[in-house]
Design a protein around this ligand. Structure first.
Ligand code: ADP
Length: 259
């Protein structure tokens, strides 16, 4: 288990390293996959085809890993803009509606009052997608995921790590009725490459990415979980008082083709 301050440092280091390597690696893998496809097309022998298909599967797996690394490593600061929290949740819900299995119910509860944060729209969406997809993975026999938003006020708290200034915050809560996790797992989930999923399914980069996005936006994320009951992630982001139309920020409108 690594401390939160060491975690931030480790994530930054990894981000720099990964960004440099993953990009070139991805291009090389694309070439590799292309050649494997060419050879597969010209091969009739069943045994050779089977070997080639194995090579292809592992190259694809490597490509997925580098894709995740690239997502994680994106160094640019992103387009921070004032975004309406309910709109980004609604966007994520619409996107997930198609991905999430029929046996998992996804409920999005609007904030009781308009709530805005300063963040990159795409990254905020990525945070929600990662959390909900993890929740789905934790509910193989079905269940419910609830995304909830609301305003909270933080008082000065000297023990808080990372320290967050007192003030108004937007809280986003993502809870599921899944398997939950024991404390020793919960303590490590934000570490890069930490995964309990089978090799083909997890990269262990999802929550490290979420953590980076949230802390870069000046916020924090915590988890509480009970085995057999479920898991709740709580995100705090500084609330922005700039008035925002409920219909969403500039990015939201652009996405919907409005001007
Ligand atoms: P990955 O999904 O590739 O394993 P993540 O960083 O997204 O990587 O998650 C790390 C680990 O955290 C998962 O392997 C799982 O053990 C645990 N985890 C994350 N979200 C949940 C959840 N909602 N319920 C139970 N366990 C979870």
């Amino acid at each position: 288990v690594i401390e939160r301050s060491a975690l931030a440092e480790r994530l930054e280091c990894l981000g720099q390293l990964a960004g440099g390597v993953a990009h070139d690696f991805n291009n090389l893998l694309a070439i590799n996959l292309n050649y494997l496809d060419f050879v597969l097309e010209r091969t009739a022998d069943a045994e050779t085809r089977e070997d080639l298909t194995r090579a292809r599967t592992s190259a694809e797996r490597a490509r997925e890993l580098t894709r995740q690394l690239l997502l994680f490593a994106r160094q640019e600061p992103g387009d921070a803009e004032v975004i309406d929290v309910d709109s980004v949740i609604e966007d994520a819900r619409a996107l997930l509606g198609r991905t999430i299995g029929g046996h998992v119910e996804l409920i999005a509860r609007r904030s009781p009052e308009p709530l805005a944060v300063r963040c990159d729209w795409g990254r905020m969406e990525q945070v929600l997608l990662n959390l909900v997809i993890n929740a789905r993975d934790a509910m193989p026999d079905g269940g419910t995921v609830v995304i909830e938003a609301g305003p909270v006020r933080l008082e000065h708290d000297p023990d808080r790590l990372p320290p967050l200034p007192a003030g108004p915050y937007a809280q986003l809560k993502v809870s599921d009725t899944g398997t939950g996790m024991p404390p020793e797992v919960a303590a490590r989930i934000f570490e890069p490459f930490f995964t309990t999923k089978a090799e083909q399914h997890g990269t262990g980069l999802g929550l490290a990415t979420v953590y980076s996005i949230v802390t870069e936006a000046g916020g924090d994320i915590t988890v509480s979980s009970e085995p057999g009951v479920g898991t709740t992630f709580r995100i705090l982001l500084p609330a922005v008082s700039a008035p925002v139309a409920r219909a969403g920020g500039a990015a939201g409108r652009a996405r919907r083709g409005e001007t």
